[in-house]
Design a protein around this ligand. Structure first.
Ligand SMILES: NC(=O)c1ccc[n+]([C@@H]2O[C@H](COP(=O)([O-])OP(=O)(O)OC[C@H]3O[C@@H](n4cnc5c(N)ncnc54)[C@H](O)[C@@H]3O)[C@@H](O)[C@H]2O)c1
Ligand SMILES: O=c1ccn([C@@H]2O[C@H](COP(=O)(O)OP(=O)(O)O[C@H]3O[C@H](CO)[C@@H](O)[C@H](O)[C@H]3O)[C@@H](O)[C@H]2O)c(=O)[nH]1
Length: 471
């Protein structure tokens, strides 16, 4: 057997990963037909919308979809047809943390992966390369192979590859255009290596060969969890140091700069913050914790768990700073929260630290006004209802309002909390904001974006993460 030349790709899951990843494959490989399928009709309709009102906001994505959609890129809810026509299928469905049952709160919920796999087995009538794109625990590919082999028609063979995605939201298109690396894991059998070569050939249309790494299946699966755990560990490390800075007068920016100059450490991912968010870091570390516990490695599990615990501590430490500074009570006070997305340049709020902050402020009976340039109002309400399970939406809406600009959000408030590092927050007219606020006026910067000295000159009382009153 020789490696097959891929001509038709199907991607199951039109989300933050499946959508951008396969749109870029379509753009870079005009000779390949790419169909992205999803069960969610509204999502598929948005991908197909005539005015390109796509279901996710990602810089550069609309331009990619405009070039490829209708040419060799299609979005559909016809999952079975997508599967049947393809010779290579990406499984890019969600793998959230389990909410109930064995491993609840830690293990990945593999139900969506299993359902997608079973669907492939049920409807495929020709051989397929099935690619795990979702982030999954080590050895998930084995379960997929067992399901496919037990249910498939005779004459169909399935080769399973692991091809984890490393894009970050907000920079997804740049990351996909020039990835640090593409990782493909396969069984080290002749068939597995052939399948690996077929997928590597797709990427080689735009990714330099030396950046396409081929490894064993289990190493590939584990590398994804490991990469996220180590990235998040850097943030928890710098955030732990930010607490020491605040207590001593050291400045976390200067500390990060100094340590990042060591070429063994490097400067990236050392920005102290109110805490990391996003759909991946916490979920994937908890998944690693669960894997470690299942393998009877309790010390290893405890080590990684601490990265998440430090993140929780950072978020609650920041809320406490706000309460302490506002004279130990925020009851009845008015706070503007600037930013609700988990990072800039995305409308995604999954695990956003802003949600925890607003929840904490509401439990202290403060009034909160939120402004975010990209997050939809409906998403904010959904997130707050989920974060405050015992409070009906009508009551939340008595305490929370949503503003259309920073200026509007900050008017008549006692304090401003910066929760997301949107570029427009760096360009705020602080004098006008100050003139319209109640005094004393406070700014709490959870993203290190303001010029504290300039704001103090305007009249603000300023607290920046990682900088104490003595720095
Ligand atoms: N979001 C990121 O930045 C990112 C980056 C790298 C890896 N990942 C991983 O990629 C995977 C997908 O993440 P996401 O953020 O794109 O999730 P998402 O929730 O945005 O998208 C998943 C989509 O899959 C669809 N789906 C679920 N089951 C299906 C089925 N059986 N048939 C058809 N469609 C189905 C859902 O309707 C949903 O639209 C996860 O495992 C995640 O950990 C995410
Ligand atoms: O120095 C830093 C860097 C990031 N963050 C925060 O960390 C979170 C995650 O940021 P980032 O990693 O840039 O975005 P994600 O989209 O969550 O991407 C991560 O998670 C993806 C999903 O697995 C992986 O594919 C990416 O490689 C990995 O960076 C955000 O809240 C950031 O504000 C910091 O606080 N300080």
């Amino acid at each position: 057997m020789a490696p097959i030349k891929v001509t038709k790709v199907c991607c199951i899951g039109a989300g933050y990963v499946g959508g951008p990843t396969c749109a870029v494959i379509a753009l870079k490989c005009p000779h390949i037909q790419v169909t992205i399928v999803d069960l969610n009709q509204a999502r598929v309709d948005a991908w197909n919308s005539p005015d390109f009102n796509l279901p996710i906001y990602e810089p550069g994505l609309v331009e990619v979809v405009k070039q490829a959609r209708g040419r060799n890129l299609f979005f559909s809810t016809d999952v079975d047809k997508g599967i049947q026509e393809a010779d290579l299928i990406f499984v890019s469905v969600n793998t959230p943390t389990k909410k109930s049952g064995v491993g609840a709160g830690f293990a990945a919920d593999l139900n969506y992966v299993e359902l997608a796999t079973r669907r492939i087995a049920a409807v495929a009538h020709s051989s397929k390369i099935v690619v795990e794109k979702s982030t999954v625990p080590c050895r998930t590919a084995e379960s997929m192979r067992t399901i496919l082999e037990a249910n498939s028609r005779s004459g169909c063979r399935f080769d399973i590859l692991s091809n984890p995605e490393f894009l970050a939201e907000g920079t997804a298109i740049d990351d996909l255009f020039s990835p640090d690396r593409v990782l493909v894991g396969s069984l080290q059998t002749p068939e597995g290596l052939d399948a690996c070569e077929s997928l590597a050939e797709v990427y080689s249309n735009w990714v330099p060969k030396e950046r396409i790494l081929t490894v064993g299946l289990w190493s590939s699966e584990l590398s994804k969890l490991a990469a996220n755990a180590m990235l998040a560990q850097r943030i928890s490390s710098i955030n732990a140091l930010s607490a020491i800075c605040e207590a001593t007068g050291a400045n976390i920016d200067e500390v990060a700069h100094a340590i990042g100059f060591d070429s063994r450490i490097g400067p990236k991912f050392l920005r102290a913050s109110v805490g990391f968010g996003g759909s991946c870091f916490q979920k994937d570390i908890l998944n690693l914790v669960y894997l470690s516990e299942s393998l009877h490695l309790p010390q290893v599990a405890a080590y990684w768990r601490q990265v998440v615990e430090m993140n929780e501590h950072q978020k609650s430490r920041f809320s406490k700073t706000v309460v302490d500074t506002l004279f130990n009570t925020i009851t009845g006070k008015h706070i503007a929260v600037l930013g609700f997305a988990f990072k800039a340049d995305t409308g995604d709020t999954r695990e956003s630290p802003a949600i925890s902050l607003v929840r904490d402020f509401l439990s202290e009976r403060a009034y909160v006004t939120i402004y975010d340039p990209k997050v939809e109002d409906a998403q904010i309400w959904l997130d707050l209802v989920e974060a405050c399970p015992n409070v009906p939406l009508v009551n939340i809406q008595k305490q929370v309002t949503i503003a259309r600009s920073s200026l509007e959000a900050c008017k008549d408030k006692e304090a401003i909390v910066i929760a997301t590092e949107w570029k427009e927050f760096r360009e705020i007219d602080w004098q006008t904001v100050y003139n319209n606020m109640n005094k004393p006026a406070f700014v709490f910067d959870g993203r290190m974006i303001v010029d504290a000295v300039a704001l103090q000159k305007v009249g603000f009382k300023v607290k920046v993460i990682g900088r104490g009153d003595r720095s």
